[in-house]
Design a protein around this ligand. Structure first.
Ligand code: PLP
Length: 367
């Protein structure tokens, strides 16, 4: 039996942070504090969400797709498919734009020129590497097409003295399990546009703009709010962010040094003007993918196996897209391996560096 008391019992403290003692574990002070800390980091308005995918969907809802029969959202043909999912769930068709190897497998801006019907462009920052905003931002702005940044894993990268997440009209970041701020699930919307931020807030709260106590759905939103429990974990994680970014940078540097000695294995490319903190580090090879995979395991280079299927090959979107040819996306998926870097232990890193040298020496076996 519950105690016969009108007093609320305290919620447990999570990581030393005290959850609001009261009727709810949502819309409380920890989410507010997290948003404030992130506002300061990005020098933008930040709205916490239940996931990075929810952040993308909330942005598209807040922007509002044009009221035409089949609005079109452009996404790159390679990258995690959350942006395409968000576009489809917002009622849009998807155009997949080719990616470029020189641009570290991000969207090729020149290919966008050919498309006239695009309502929104969602660029994906590839594993921490920036999309080509130097070209995309002016192009979208002069065409009056909102540019959205899927910066899910790009917590530590700068381009031309600006943090990723601050290009375009809004950006989505993720706090899912592999991200540098890992809160289990969670995400946020970053934007410099105060009225867009207000509309995102409405989108994540059942479509309700603020009317005091009056609950009125003004737009077709959803429940994409971040709970207090998630904010408690995210705030704790945020305390380690710089340390983790430094660990990821150090690991990337060590891998790059090892790869410099290799003939058949390649590090990710440098991107002009960018200070990249790799979220995942891709080692490319030019051998037969399947035998390279087996050989890599023999050499104890056990970089992550699960790789993105190029978006044009995702069955879920088959009836609702127009895919531009992107052979690069296909070669990339089979010819690279990737692993989140911020939590790699020193002994694992050493094993990989030694293993990469060995793999390179033996890669003639995979031709
Ligand atoms: C590029 C990219 N976009 C979007 C997402 C979706 O984020 P979430 O898992 O928080 O929904 C992820 C990853 O998980 C991602 O890597």
């Amino acid at each position: 039996m519950s105690p016969a008391s009108s007093e609320w019992q305290p919620w447990p403290a999570v990581n030393g942070l005290h959850l609001e003692v009261g009727r709810r574990l949502t819309r409380g002070p920890l989410v507010d504090e997290l948003e404030l800390r992130l506002d300061e980091r990005f020098e933008c308005q930040v709205v916490a969400t239940s996931s990075g995918t929810a952040a993308l969907e909330a942005i598209l809802t807040a922007i509002g797709l044009p009221n035409v029969e089949r609005p079109v959202v452009a996404v790159p043909s390679y990258g995690f498919h959350a942006a395409a999912l968000a576009a489809r769930r917002s009622g849009a068709d998807v155009i997949t734009v080719p990616v470029s190897a020189e641009l570290e497998y991000t969207m090729e801006p020149d290919a966008l020129h050919e498309e006239t019907e695009v309502a929104v462009v969602v660029a994906i920052d590839q594993a921490g590497a920036p999309a080509n905003y130097r070209a995309l931002a002016p192009m979208c702005s002069s065409a009056h097409v909102p540019l959205v940044e899927d910066a899910a894993g790009a917590w530590g990268t700068w381009l031309d003295d600006r943090r990723l997440g601050t290009y375009g009209v809004a950006a989505a970041l993720s706090m899912s399990e592999s991200k540098v701020v890992a809160a289990g699930e969670g995400g946020c919307v970053v934007t410099r546009d105060a009225s867009l931020a207000d509309e995102v807030r409405a989108a994540i709260r059942y479509g309700e703009r603020s009317h005091g106590a009056l609950r009125r759905a003004d737009i077709v939103g959803a429940n994409w709010k971040m709970p207090e429990l998630t904010a408690a974990v995210a705030l704790h994680q945020l305390g380690y962010l710089e340390q983790r970014l430094a660990a990821a940078r150090n690991a990337a540097y060590r891998l790059e040094m090892a790869l410099e000695e290799c003939e058949h294995l390649h590090a990710p490319r440098d991107i002009d003007g960018a200070d990249v903190t790799w979220h995942k580090y891709r080692v490319r090879h030019d051998g037969d993918p399947l035998s390279m995979r087996a050989l890599a395991l023999q050499c104890k280079v056990d970089l992550l196996e699960d790789e993105f299927v190029p978006i044009p090959q995702q069955p879920a979107f088959a009836d609702a897209w127009h895919a531009m040819e992107s052979p690069v996306a296909q070669t990339f998926v089979v010819g690279s391996r990737a692993e989140p870097l911020w939590h790699v232990r020193p002994e694992t890193l050493k094993r990989w560096c030694d293993g990469l040298r060995q793999l390179d020496e033996r890669s003639h076996e995979c031709r």
